[in-house]
Design a protein around this ligand. Structure first.
Ligand SMILES: CC1=C(CCC(=O)O)c2cc3nc(cc4[nH]c(cc5[nH]c(cc1n2)c(C)c5CCC(=O)O)c(CCC(=O)O)c4C)C(CCC(=O)O)=C3C
Ligand SMILES: [Fe+2]
Length: 354
């Protein structure tokens, strides 16, 4: 670790999605998430129930606080003096309040780590919009905020997912371990949003291309040639196409082909937030049980120390203008200052049904 990180930047902001921390938070949180986004009310009622199964507490804020503690440890060990702040798009601590606090503390120029590894509107551009909104809310004297790049194919991330798959496979009974199907999942998005993902000049579909490449890299790391990539957690009305098939429908398909066991790797998620602990560990697991299939779920990288090491590694890469350390070849964007878009019309928002 070089000294240039804390010469160029005077703080680090961890920017995330946010989640409720008590039952009364659930509705207002969901209203923040879905404002103007055309999510049907029936879907919202269902999602309220998912959160209520966990006492109205999403795991996401605690996961981020734990990550921040470990990032602080990594920075201190490297002798880098960079205070770490935490702000969210949809729930407290809200990024607007955090950036106001940063200004009060005299922060002038911060690096921003967003907890999504991907390109696309939800994974990248919306975080740029959060940066713009927070700086506008703070007004004069708001710190300069430079978002770190996408990191879906960073060796620290791919390595952590691969170890998760190996450990999950070892949990399977011996009888099905060698024939278990490896299935990757990521958050579905509207097909139109995926088409718009990335700079138009790069051909679109950047989100699903990066997800497919990450799945391939993890599969290669665990020496598996045949695997599937499917989607989960869709929220749109049925008449709007989203990336498919869904994980639960895919379990039916696999069962019909006499597959007796699955290893599910949530490659689209950096930590075990609600979509992982509900949609996979509860719904998909129950579905597999109904089909008589063995089901194991691979760990996400969030709790792995390599994920805490990733953050200072990306800050240093940016401060020293190093070549990105990566395993894939798909376009890699996401790093701009003060919410500027990555390229003309990059990840343009899609008009949603009302
Ligand atoms: C690509 C993607 C990621 C991965 C990249 C990244 O990490 O950013 C992600 C992450 C997350 N999504 C989350 C929660 C929700 N997402 C929703 C809705 C939506 N997500 C979308 C996409 C994504 N979402 C989209 C296209 C919608 C439709 C509405 C819209 O166009 O915006 C809704 C509304 C209700 C519903 O589920 O329908 C909720 C509650 C949480 C927090 C979970 C927790 O509390 O632990 C996290 C980390
Ligand atoms: Fe989401």
């Amino acid at each position: 670790m070089t000294a240039s990180m804390d010469m160029q930047f005077d703080a680090l902001l961890v920017l995330s999605f946010g989640g409720p921390e008590k039952p009364e938070d659930v509705r207002p949180f969901l209203e923040n998430v879905t404002r103007g986004r055309g999510v049907p009310p029936e879907r919202l009622d269902a999602v309220v129930e998912h959160y209520m199964h966990f006492g109205g507490v999403s795991p996401i804020n605690a996961l981020n606080r734990d990550l921040i503690e470990r990032v602080e440890g990594e920075l201190a060990a490297a002798g880098v003096d960079l205070p770490v702040y935490f702000g969210n798009r949809n729930w407290h601590p809200m990024v607007e309040d955090t950036v106001a606090k940063m200004r009060e503390d005299g922060v002038r120029n911060a690096a921003v780590f967003a907890t999504s590894a991907w390109g696309g509107y939800s994974g990248c551009r919306q975080y740029h919009e959060d940066i713009v909104r927070a700086r506008e809310a703070v007004g004069d004297g708001a710190p300069t905020l430079t978002k770190l790049r996408q990191y879906y194919d960073h060796p620290l991330v791919v390595g952590a997912f691969a170890d998760g798959v190996r450990a999950a496979r070892a949990e399977l009974p011996e009888a099905t371990r060698d024939t278990a199907r490896l299935v990757f999942t990521a958050h579905s998005v509207p097909s139109a949003a995926d088409r718009n993902a990335g700079p138009p000049a790069e051909g679109g579909n950047l989100y699903s291309r990066q997800v497919a490449e990450a799945a391939k890299l993890v599969a290669e790391a665990v020496c598996v040639e045949d695997f599937d990539l499917v989607w989960q957690s869709r929220s749109g009305p049925p008449q709007v196409p989203w990336l498919d098939p869904d994980i639960c429908d895919h379990l039916d398909t696999l069962s019909a082909k006499d597959v007796r066991a699955v290893i599910v790797c949530p490659v689209g998620f950096v930590s075990d937030h609600l979509e992982v602990v509900w949609d996979l560990d509860t719904e998909a697991k129950d579905k597999a049980a109904e089909l008589g299939m063995d089901f194991v779920r691979a760990a996400t990288p969030g709790r792995d120390q390599r994920f805490a090491q990733l953050v200072p590694t990306l800050v240093r890469e940016l401060a020293d203008a190093e070549q990105p350390l990566r395993l894939g070849v798909e376009p890699l964007l996401g790093s701009t200052t003060n919410g500027l878009s990555c390229a003309v019309n990059c990840c343009a928002a899609v008009q949603r049904p009302r």
